[in-house]
Design a protein around this ligand. Structure first.
Ligand code: SF4
Length: 219
């Protein structure tokens, strides 16, 4: 069977561990915007629109200046763009209260360096906060997205009663050794996206194949 120890030993050498997210961003604010846009959308789709958007609005101040209507022009091919535009403008407006709101190398003020504090900001729910904490600051938490959720079930690390991201995160935090917590999301997302896909997984290219007893493994 695929144990967490086997998974987190065998898979990292097969992926790029230096790039912590495939989302395009230019600073901590644009990374948060990209993560908000990526809900129910692929990173690839988000990356098609963000370079042009972040050229004109890379800071909270410039995003507020662009405004909701202006922002929608850039993101209208992204699912739920109306709601996301509203949230992003609210987020940018809230960050205007802090002194670095027009800094091209924007960094979140220290007071937001916790999941609970990030979640007080518009558009940032638990999953978005987890990804920001994990990717930007290496925090050892586990953002459960569609790939993490799916692989955790496929490998038997969680069971059918773990039917929400919260329950899966809770279980994984106990199941996976602490030394791997900072890389769980990155490694599981890339392995799930490119090798252990939902349909037609690339088992012949998988470093876990000798331990895998997933029912949908392709021999
Ligand atoms: S062998 Fe196939 S099903 Fe098993 S982990 Fe690898 S890609 Fe996924």
């Amino acid at each position: 069977m695929i144990t967490p120890e086997r998974f987190f030993t065998a898979v990292p050498p097969t992926i790029n561990m230096n790039i912590r997210s495939e989302l395009f961003s230019t600073n901590e604010f644009t990374f948060a915007v990209a993560v908000i846009l990526s809900a129910q959308a692929t990173d690839k789709k988000v990356n098609e629109v963000t370079p042009a958007l972040f050229r004109v609005a890379p800071t909270p101040a410039q995003m507020v200046q662009l405004g909701e209507t202006g922002l929608k022009q850039y993101i209208r091919v992204i699912s739920f763009f109306n709601n996301k535009a509203k949230n992003i403008i609210s987020l940018a407006s809230e960050l205007m209260a802090y002194e670095n709101a027009n800094d091209a190398n924007y960094k979140f003020p220290e007071k937001f360096h916790s999941r609970d504090a990030l979640m007080t900001l518009s558009g940032i729910g638990q999953k978005t906060a987890n990804v920001i904490m994990n990717v930007l600051w290496g925090a050892p938490n586990i953002g459960v997205d569609t790939h993490v959720f799916r692989l955790a079930h496929r490998y038997g690390w969680v069971d059918a009663s773990d039917n929400t991201p919260d329950k899966v995160e809770e279980k994984l935090l106990h199941k996976i050794p602490k030394k791997y917590h900072g890389i769980v999301n990155h490694v599981m997302v890339l392995h799930g996206r490119y090798v252990c896909r939902a349909l037609r997984p690339l088992c012949d290219k998988c470093p876990l194949v000798k331990w895998c007893n997933a029912p949908d493994r392709i021999l």
